[in-house]
Design a protein around this ligand. Structure first.
Ligand code: F3S
Length: 282
């Protein structure tokens, strides 16, 4: 089978940096905690677990820790969590991705000047929660085009739109347009990270020319889900798999060209396994 593998796949620079930070801390010894899993990739999390790294899921769990190092992952956290770590006299290693940190700085500054922050992204996603935790006044989350269409604002503040770093770029543009058409006084900063934009554009163009598309990534990875969504629009034969084990396909003869892309947390060895399998067995 002929296969096109996207070039912009595997761990993005932010996730890579965060994972390296954890391995570096492991060398120094002591109790190491990450605030949330460092990546959605289960194999990496398991390997770190073997090395004694523990994952904290909430500020309540953080409150139980008496000593050690807390590593903040690439998604970032709200301002409160930094304060809690400091007040508990724990060491903090901040591996927040610089693209996420930039959003924190923007929303903190803009909300302080009295603007109403709107985060275009998935409500409940840790990055979005963290971003909201840097706003001086409560932020609003818009997840979809429908929510943007239904949105109505009665206040008198200027609206200020930012996006989750992994949001679908075209969808973000459409949402901005809806806000402008509604006649709101709105400022926009496109905070979708470059790695995401490049990955999505490449995935779209590959999906448009292949007969079948495979998207590899963790079940909980929102950037992989978005890639799947994008590829599905271009190629209805799109499959979302976590590892090679999920790939049980009977291919119709008409399939001659297969495309492969992967989310930001997918390690290279899984991508390679899948592409070799498809090349040889299909
Ligand atoms: Fe950072 Fe973009 Fe990765 S925001 S964590 S480089 S997907």
């Amino acid at each position: 089978m002929e296969v096109i593998v996207a070039e912009n796949i595997g761990f993005c620079f932010g996730v890579k940096k965060a994972i390296d930070a954890v391995y570096e801390q492991v060398q120094t010894g002591g109790n190491i905690y990450t605030y949330g899993a460092i990546t959605h990739n289960e194999e990496v999390v398991k390997d770190l677990e073997k090395k004694g790294v523990r994952v904290i899921e909430s500020s309540k769990e953080l409150a139980q820790i008496k000593e050690g190092t807390v590593i903040i992952r690439a998604h970032g956290v709200s301002k409160d969590i930094y304060e809690q770590i400091r007040s508990q006299n724990l060491k903090c290693v901040d591996a927040t991705c610089p693209f996420v940190k930039r959003i924190h700085d923007i929303v903190e500054k803009e909300s302080a000047t009295g603007r109403q922050i709107i985060v275009v992204g998935n409500a409940g996603h840790p990055e979005v929660e963290g971003t909201m935790g840097w706003c001086r006044t409560p932020a609003i989350v818009i997840e979809s085009l429908e929510e943007a269409r239904e949105f109505s604002y009665q206040g008198d503040k200027e609206l200020f739109l930012v996006a989750q770093t992994t949001y679908n770029y075209n969808k973000f543009q459409d949402i901005v347009e809806i806000f402008e058409q509604k006649g709101y006084n709105v400022s926009v900063v496109n905070t979708i990270c470059n790695a995401t934009e490049v990955r999505q554009t490449e995935a779209r163009s590959i999906a448009a020319k292949v007969d079948m598309m495979i998207v590899i990534g963790g079940n909980h990875s929102s950037n992989t889900r978005k890639l799947y969504e994008i590829c599905m629009q271009e190629c209805e034969n799109t499959y979302f798999i976590q590892t090679l084990d999920d790939l049980h396909l009977e291919l119709p003869e008409s399939v001659r060209l297969v495309g492969i892309t992967a989310g930001a947390s997918t390690p290279n060895n899984i991508i390679e396994e899948v592409q070799n399998y498809v090349r040889i067995n299909f």
